[in-house]
Design a binder for this molecule. Structure first.
Ligand SMILES: NC(=O)c1ccc[n+]([C@@H]2O[C@H](COP(=O)([O-])OP(=O)(O)OC[C@H]3O[C@@H](n4cnc5c(N)ncnc54)[C@H](O)[C@@H]3O)[C@@H](O)[C@H]2O)c1
Length: 386
């Protein structure tokens, strides 16, 4: 076993070239804690743009590839002291499966953005491969990295809300309220193309975050769902989703995912009500968690304060009142993955509080959620079995 506890890990990135959105966020999040450095990449779908993007980031020529297969081949030839510890996959959705599968099969640890893959069969194959190869696999459901989301999870687990009865989660955006995909916006273009996005639009792009947030905080499993999907004329994938949810144990829920909600930015909100009270969290005010007990006054918990649970305290870098946000939450997911990679490489069990991140199984459940939602929306039957 190699003890990696004293050195920076090495990573490669697939996707995330010039003009890409989320790859740069991943790099900034990883850089925040100085635990890993970018040493290789295949950063774009065009070989020329991939290399130009790698030059911008200071990659050595020999590790700046025009194609992800060349990156993988090159890494496999390198001695262990040069080889990457993990790869981050930040391409459009259709490339997640081939790239993730190949790197896992080659024994590399992987971080992949959501939605994990296109189909349930691909998701199951990936879960199986990760188990067989014993690799670490993180999925960047980054909202789970917010300290106040971790506080909410702890309060639900400790029974502060009593038996859960009602969950309302909404992720509303307005940026696809016009046909941007026809106006040269490449993020809108691939998201509206079934070949690249998969069988779903908004429900895969942001509904998957909402599903994961509910599952992470409540621990409840969806038993059945009833979905209505809609889209602007001429757009082949949904841009607006409304779902009713039934959870095992009897709780009920509502999930809304919309990208045509004009004026709204990244309006992700979660409300969980139990027999003893309600918790509310809003992504655009991420440092606050409101607790509304049934029998007492409302209380607002804030990030960075000493009365939070340990996992929420550990997820914070600054004293209370100094704003932290999206990149820090992303960095917390990476912190969990890196802790798990270090533990795996040194052969010791990971500290569960440190290795706190969404796994390949969470990504696979998200794929099933998307598949079931699309099936429900196409069906005339009111309730679709999970
Ligand atoms: N976790 C989040 O909050 C979050 C936010 C946005 C996007 N995402 C996910 O991240 C992924 C990327 O989304 P984006 O908005 O950054 O897209 P984007 O279009 O901005 O960037 C995609 C990048 O991947 C590259 N690419 C495409 N095919 C490639 C290939 N075969 N090899 C190498 N690179 C390739 C493109 O050239 C581009 O650089 C998607 O899966 C999306 O769902 C997650």
């Amino acid at each position: 076993m190699t003890d990696t506890s004293l050195r920076r890990l090495r990573y490669a990135m697939v996707g995330g070239g010039r003009d890409a959105f989320i790859g740069a966020v991943h790099r900034k999040a990883i850089a925040l804690d100085g635990q890993a450095e970018l040493v290789a990449g295949a950063l774009s779908s065009s070989a020329q743009k991939a290399r130009a993007s790698g030059c911008d980031l200071g990659l050595a020529d020999a590790r700046n590839h025009g194609d992800w297969r060349a990156l993988l081949d090159d890494e496999l030839k390198r001695p262990p002291h040069e080889r990457i510890d993990f790869v981050s996959i930040v391409t459009p959705n259709h490339m997640h499966f081939p790239v993730a599968q190949a790197f896992v099969e080659a024994g590399f640890h992987v971080v992949c953005d959501k939605p994990l893959v296109h189909t349930r069969a691909q998701a199951e194959a990936l879960v199986e491969a990760v188990a067989r190869r014993g690799t670490v696999f993180g999925v960047t459901y980054n909202y789970t990295g917010y300290p106040m989301v971790r506080q909410a999870r702890e309060m639900v687990r400790s029974g502060a809300l009593g038996e859960l009865r009602k969950i309302v989660v909404e992720y509303n955006q307005g940026w696809l309220a016009t046909r941007l995909e026809g106006e040269g916006n490449k993020q809108a273009a691939w998201r509206s193309d079934p070949a690249q996005s998969g069988a779903a639009g908004a429900i895969g792009d942001i509904g998957s975050h909402a599903e994961n947030l509910v599952a992470t905080v409540t621990g409840l499993a969806i038993e059945s769902l009833c979905a209505d999907l809609n889209s602007l004329p001429g757009r082949p994938l949904d841009d607006d989703a409304s779902l009713l949810l039934r959870f095992e144990g009897g709780a009920r829920g509502v999930l809304v995912a919309s990208q045509i909600s004009t004026g709204l930015e990244n309006d992700l909100r979660l409300r969980i009500s139990g027999a003893l009270g309600t918790l509310e969290w809003h992504q655009e005010r991420p440092s606050e968690l409101t607790h509304l007990p049934h029998d007492g006054p409302k209380r607002v918990y804030t990030r960075g304060t000493p009365w939070l649970c340990e996992s929420a305290r550990r997820a914070s870098r600054l004293p209370s009142g100094h704003p932290e946000g999206f990149i820090e939450a992303f960095a917390n997911v990476y912190g969990g993955v890196i802790a798990d990679i270090r533990a795996t490489q040194s052969g010791v069990p990971a500290d569960p509080l440190a290795a706190d991140y969404p796994r390949v199984e969470d990504g696979a459940r998200g794929v099933r959620f998307i598949e079931r939602t699309v099936a429900s929306a196409r069906s005339e039957v009111k309730w679709t079995a999970w």
